[in-house]
Every structure is written in structure tokens, then in C-alpha cells.
Design a protein around this ligand. Structure first.
Ligand code: NAP
Length: 519
């Protein structure tokens, strides 16, 4: 055992790859020991022990029990209540506790808030992480705050601030690009996720990640497994191309897993991140401006989902998209690899191609066939536009009849209410409602399936086989599930961004595997 007072510099102090730092926030010492062991097992490089979470001020024996044989290096932190922490005791006692913890060899760093005078720092500057937190906003004076940290004698700078748009999180990238020493720069909240998951590509000293979901010390922390499995942690380095998905919400999007797996499988130097952008055109445009202003970010393409598909089309401009995307009024893909931004609606092509492939026909083979589309939302809109464009005769059935009428009017289709489903007389049925989606797997939007129906396409992909599809299969119909559409749109995005053939089988495998985890 290494005795207090003898500083042994931990490997974690060497200037090397970005550290995975696991926060340990427990009220009991047993909990701390268990969490440290879990952090080490999960692959953390360092743990941050939040001493302020303990029920009682730890004695010398308690520190020995935790730090005497810690499984990994520990950053000692004791956040006072004035800085959003739980420490309610005196400042002298707090700094004394940090000094005691800092005597252990297992503690390479001690976190010291930037409002603590240097004369009171509990350990020598070479082991201080000088931190500034703002839990309310991205401070207007961020640059000045950072300059103060950076000019101090502390070994490591740390800034963490709340953010509501990923535009603010990009400020972390700016700070990391100009820092003179190891720096942790993180934006908190869902909108700040990019600063956490891309920390290695951006050259941060560390990022905080959890050994298991929950148990976080700040909003928006990913798990260690997510960083390693979904965000190419081992492959991340400076100069990677950046892609992402814009939406609200995007927290449960499978797109990062699918596209990062595709980049890895094709050996592309690219990273795909979630970009949570609140509803509203201004929010969307604020991010796009901030991202495209920074050439060093290497943003090359974006997936766009609800509620920003219309904003995306407005942003790229009507001339940047094809006729059908223009008439749909929405795109789900932005391409930033050319001289000018491009836009695509891979949703409609993905749906129509999945349908035609199952039917063994080309798009022109849809001409003159009759199709019933259930639903009049975003997915239905793209599919009705594409079916009408291919010359199919379409009837839109919707719960809210007026929405069915409005959609049908736009694309020369017929409209009906759900009460008219009993008289449905079409060859093809496409479900574009969430009826039958997990967890309501016993529901079906159309039962029984009328005799005219030969092909049933359910856009739902969770479950892979809905009740509607199971019934259709029993009746001998050709069936198409939402998985094919989902994978098709991702494949088309990948190919538009990279000009390469997408690894479809891997993308499908990752999608199925992720869906299995949700079940
Ligand atoms: P949306 O814009 O919210 O539209 C939902 C549509 O479903 C509306 O027409 C709505 O009718 C109708 N609806 C909702 N709940 C209903 C219920 N209980 N009974 C009957 N009708 C109901 O959603 P969206 O973006 O179009 O997505 C719709 C579905 O498409 C999703 O649930 C998803 O399963 C599927 N989808 C699949 C993919 C894929 O890649 N496979 C992609 C996108 C969407 P009202 O107008 O009356 O509200």
C-alpha cells in the first residue's frame, strides 16, 4: 500500500488520449468502493469521487479504505453548495478534506473551483483541475473565464456549462482548439451531447461517462458503453469528418449506432453525433450558422428528423432538392460535401423502393395500381407524394378526416375517414400510423384485411412483424416491414454523404440488434 504523503504520479497524468472519467456519487463508503470497482471494470481511465455526496465527512480511516487500494486513479472533488454541490460544511474543512484525499497516491488530481484563492489550493498546482461551472446557461463571458483558467498555474482547465442548443456546445470545440494546456470543456444537457461524445476527436483532456445509466453528476452524461460501442471512442482522433442527427428528441435515435457502425466498417474517418435542437426555425438556423461558420468542425452531413425537416428544406433552399422533395416540403438529409449545401428526402425513396422490391417491380410498375394509405402525418405525406408521382391511384384514410382531405387534395388522391375502412378496395395497403407499434403490439389499424388487398406495407419497425403484417402473411399477402424502409433511408444517406456503397448488411444488423435491446 502506498502511504499518504508520498505522491506517486499516476499514468493518468501523462499527456495522452482523452480520459474516460466516471463520476462516483454515493452517500456511503461501501457504495463508493463498489462504484470505483464498477468504473474500472467498465473501462474508465479515471474516476471522479464526489466527496460532497457522502453522508458523513470521511475520517482518515475511511479515506484509506477507499483510496488505499483504489482500482483506478481518482480525481478528488468536493463541490460546495455555492457551486451546485452538496457540501454544506465550512470552506476550511472542505479544503482540508481535499488535502487529505490528495495525499493518497491513487489521487493524481484534485478538482478546485475557480473561486478558491490560489493560496488556499489543497494540493500543488501541478495536480489541480481548476474548474468553472455554470448550471444555468452558456456564460456570455465564457472566453474571459477560460482565459483566466488557462493563465493559472493549474495543471488542467475545466469548464462545464448548461446549454440549450448544440451551437453553444461548439464553443467547447473552440476552447479546446486554442487552449495552452490539458482542458476539459463540456456542455451540459441533451443539447450538449456532442461535447461529451466527441471529446476525444476534439482533443479534450477528458469526458465524463457513467458505468451504468443513472448515477450521473451532471445532466447529459453518456455511459462508458455508449462511448465505446456507439461513438467510436477507440477510433476518435483530431480531423475526423463530422455527421449528426438533428431532431427533438434525438436521445433514443438509432442513427448514431447505425452510421458510426457503417463508418467503422468502411474504414471512414468519420463520427456521427446526436444534435438535440428544440422546435423552431430560429433554433435550427442558429445551429446551422454556428456549425457552418466553423470549417475546423468538418461537418459533412446531417440527418434531420421531427420537427426540423421543413426547416432543413428552407435552409438548403428549394433549388437544392428534387421535385418530389420540394412538393413534400421536407427533407431528412443535408449534404455538406459539395460547394453548396444539398438536400435529399431519402424517406420517400426508401419507402417506395422497399415496397417495389417486395413486389418485384420497378417504381414505374406502380402506375395504375390502387393503394390505400392509412394516416396523414409526415410519413404518409412522403409516401402519398411518391405513390402519386409513380402514377398509383391513392386513397388516404385518416382519423382526422380533414387532414386526409388536405393531403389528398395536394397530391391528387382521394380521402376517407377511418369509418370507411370497411369498404376499402385497394391492392396495396400502407400503414403510416403508429397503431400496432410497441408496446401496443396487439393493435392493428386494419382488421380484417379486405379481400382486394394483395400487398401490405407497415412502416412500423418495432416490432419487426406487427399484428397487421402477421395477419397479412396468414392471408397470403406480400408483406413489407418498416425495417426495410428504415435501413433504406440510412443507406441512401450514407451513400449521399460518402459517395461509397453503404455496408447495408451491417446497418441492418445494428438496427435489429438495437431494436432487440429495446424490446
Ligand atoms: P405523425 O406525423 O405524427 O402522423 C401520425 C399519423 O397517425 C396521423 O395521421 C395520425 O392521425 C395517425 N394516428 C396517430 N395515432 C392514431 C391512432 N391511435 N389511431 C389512428 N390513427 C392514429 O407521425 P409520422 O412521422 O407520420 O409517423 C407515423 C408512423 O410511421 C410512425 O409511428 C412510425 O411507425 C412510422 N415511420 C416509419 C419510418 C421508417 O423508417 N420505417 C419512418 C417514419 C415513420 P391524426 O391526423 O388524426 O392525428
Amino acid at each position: 500500500m502506498v502511504r499518504p504523503g508520498r505522491i506517486v504520479y499516476h499514468a493518468a497524468m501523462e499527456p495522452q488520449a482523452t480520459k474516460l472519467i466516471c463520476p462516483v456519487v454515493c452517500e456511503s463508503l461501501d457504495g463508493v468502493r463498489a462504484e470505483l470497482a464498477a468504473a474500472a471494470r467498465a473501462g474508465a481511465d479515471l474516476a471522479e469521487w464526489r466527496l460532497d455526496f457522502l453522508h458523513d465527512r470521511p475520517s482518515a480511516d475511511a479515506l484509506r479504505a477507499v483510496l488505499g487500494d483504489a482500482a483506478l486513479g481518482v480525481i478528488a472533488t468536493c463541490r460546495p453548495s455555492r457551486q451546485g454541490g452538496r457540501w454544506a460544511g465550512s470552506e476550511a474543512e472542505r479544503l482540508g478534506l481535499l488535502a487529505d484525499a490528495g495525499r493518497w497516491a491513487a489521487v493524481p488530481f484534485v478538482d478546485v473551483e475557480d473561486d478558491v484563492p490560489q493560496a488556499d489550493w489543497p494540493v500543488e498546482p501541478a495536480r489541480v483541475i481548476l474548474s468553472h461551472h455554470d448550471f444555468d446557461r452558456c456564460p456570455a463571458e465564457l472566453d474571459a473565464i477560460f482565459d483566466r483558467l488557462d493563465s493559472s498555474p493549474a495543471a488542467v482547465n475545466k469548464v462545464a456549462f448548461a446549454c440549450t442548443n448544440p451551437a453553444d456546445a461548439l464553443r467547447c470545440c473552440d476552447l479546446l482548439a486554442r487552449t495552452s494546456k490539458p482542458t476539459i470543456a463540456l456542455a451540459m444537457g441533451q443539447a450538449g451531447a456532442i461535447s461529451r461524445v466527441a471529446a476525444r476527436a476534439w482533443g479534450g483532456f477528458g469526458t465524463f461517462a457513467l458505468a451504468r445509466p443513472g448515477a450521473s453528476s451532471a445532466p447529459g452524461q453518456p455511459t462508458l458503453a455508449e462511448l465505446q460501442e456507439t461513438y467510436r471512442w477507440a477510433d476518435q482522433h483530431a480531423g475526423m469528418d463530422l455527421f449528426g442527427v438533428i431532431g427533438c428528441p434525438v436521445g433514443h435515435s438509432m442513427s448514431p449506432a447505425i452510421h458510426n457502425a457503417a463508418f467503422a466498417a468502411t474504414g471512414l474517418d468519420a463520427l456521427y453525433v446526436p444534435l438535440h435542437i428544440e422546435p423552431g426555425r430560429e433554433e435550427f438556423e442558429r445551429f446551422m450558422q454556428a456549425a457552418t461558420d466553423r470549417s475546423g468542425l468538418r461537418l459533412r452531413g446531417l440527418s434531420v428528423t421531427i420537427p426540423h425537416k421543413e426547416h432543413a428544406l428552407e435552409w438548403v433552399g428549394p433549388d437544392a432538392v428534387d421535385d418530389l422533395a420540394r412538393s413534400i416540403g421536407a427533407i431528412n438529409t443535408i449534404v455538406l460535401t459539395g460547394e453548396k449545401p444539398g438536400g435529399l428526402n431519402t424517406d420517400y425513396a426508401a419507402a417506395i423502393d422497399a415496397l417495389c422490391e417486395a413486389m418485384g417491380i420497378g417504381r414505374d410498375g406502380l402506375a395504375g395500381r390502387s393503394a390505400a394509405v392509412l394516416g396523414a402525418g409526415g410519413a404518409a405525406r412522403a409516401i402519398v407524394a411518391a405513390l402519386a408521382d409513380a402514377g398509383a391511384g391513392v386513397t388516404v384514410y385518416n382519423r382526422t378526416a380533414s387532414r386526409a382531405e388536405a393531403l389528398a387534395d395536394e397530391f391528387g388522391a382521394d380521402a376517407a375517414g377511418l369509418d370507411e375502412l370497411a369498404w376499402l378496395d385497394a391492392e396495396i395497403v400502407i400503414n403510416c400510423t403508429p397503431v400496432g407499434m410497441a408496446p401496443h403490439v396487439d393493435a392493428s389499424p386494419l382488421t380484417p384485411i379486405p379481400p382486394s388487398v394483395k400487398v401490405v406495407f407497415d412502416t412500423i419497425y418495432n416490432p419487426l412483424e406487427t399484428k397487421l403484417l402477421a395477419e397479412a402473411a396468414r392471408r397470403g399477402c406480400v408483406t413489407v416491414g418498416g425495417l426495410a424502409m428504415f435501413v433504406n433511408q440510412a443507406v441512401a444517406q450514407f451513400e449521399a454523404w460518402t459517395d461509397r456503397l453503404a455496408p447495408r448488411a451491417i446497418m441492418q444488423q445494428v438496427t435489429v440488434e438495437r431494436l432487440g435491446r429495446r424490446a
